[in-house]
Design a protein around this ligand. Sequence first.
Ligand code: BES
Ligand code: ZN
Length: 458
Amino acid sequence: MHKFENYIRDNKLSFETGLFEVLRIPSISADTSHISDMIRCAGWFVDRFERLGMRTELIQTQRHPLVYAETSAVPGNPVILIYGHYDVQPPDPIELWLSSPFEPTIRNGNVYARGATDDKGQFLTHLFAIESILKTSGSLPYQVKFIVEGEEEVGSESLDEFLHSETGKQKLACDCILISDTGMFAPDQPTITYGLRGIIAFELVLTGPNRDLHSGTFGGSVFNPAIALSKILGGMIDGNGKVQIPHFYDDVLPLTENEREQFASLSFDESEFFNAIGLNEGFGENGFSTNERRWVRPTFDINGITSGYQGDGSKTIIPSKASAKFTFRLVPNQSPERIIDNVKKYINSVVPAGIKYELVVQHGAAGMRLDLDKSRFVKHISNALENTFNRKPVFIREGGSIPIAANFNLVLGADVLLIGWGQDDDALHSPNEKFSLTSFHNGILASARFMNNIANNL
Ligand code: BES
Ligand code: ZN
């Protein structure tokens, strides 16, 4: 048993206390009324890194601050960059939470709170792994850097700007980027995620008449913006989920037989997957399995629609405005810029006469894929995972996005390793988000073992 392993065994409570402290801070990046909580949350991390004796910086940005910390450089040895995000999604609908989203509560071995799995709990596994090594051996034979951002849930613009700046490139230079912001394929099944989808988010606002109108007096003689919106959105996708924007699929690479077989070999209970979300069956493009549809195919989704009267009873109006927020998930070879252009052209061609429109691009990021055969770190992480979970890891892709991941790889020229500790039923972005405390403690152990493997083998 290594000394750090004893430390991890003996400090479970203190790790949980740390996790609960940070979960109490409502660091909702999208909500401007939480700016002071964002600053408080960044400060919490600054304090933690400083307590470990790391050189730590709070980096101001246009929006939410970044936190950067590093151990001493060890020339000639690798540099590991660990990334996470301290921002969380808004907790609403709040009435569906069984316990308050910012008062972490343990039930059945899980901690329930907004940000528990996405991403505070997951990120902290690495901080506590490094704490365990530093506290028991005093130093590391290679350099570890941490970058924690507050805008992941809103597109990572400030971090992207920092990453492209000279200071940023220098500070973040590394050989490998470790991220825990994904899930495990099944409980206790260690998982290495080697691909993520990208994303582009839009908001479309349609305006018709200059005020809500009586639908009897005016109905039939003016274009109703809510109907225009329905037609435009409906036209963007066919009945099987195939996106109808011209050129949308131009750069989509076909799935290799190899990958197809590998996904098919994963033990996946389709009916259980759908039952857990209250459905009897799924939906999607013909010719693709559920996992292919959600991991390697690009998609269109509407995230929210607003127009007209939403109150009790009925109200006979033609609304003046109608708007929608929608996103496309992209696969690795698709360029967000090209898709944005295609979407702009498409919308412009289908908005009916008599309706004005405004189309805003909220954020965009490319997908990513790690070449598993080329990465020298994969075997070390696999070993650490196998030693901790007593099972070999599986290799999967995921449909979610970590906007900075593709650019980390591009700008820093380093491998992005995604090792998630989350579970399918963690309810990220939903009410009653949770994180398994077993995952949390195993994650700390696996991370520390990975760090230790590198120390002995590179
Ligand atoms: N942790 C998720 C990403 C994720 C989700 C990876 C599910 C794998 C499976 C991350 O915090 C997230 O939610 N990202 C957003 C990014 C967007 C708001 C720019 C996403 O995917 O919607
Ligand atoms: Zn998220």
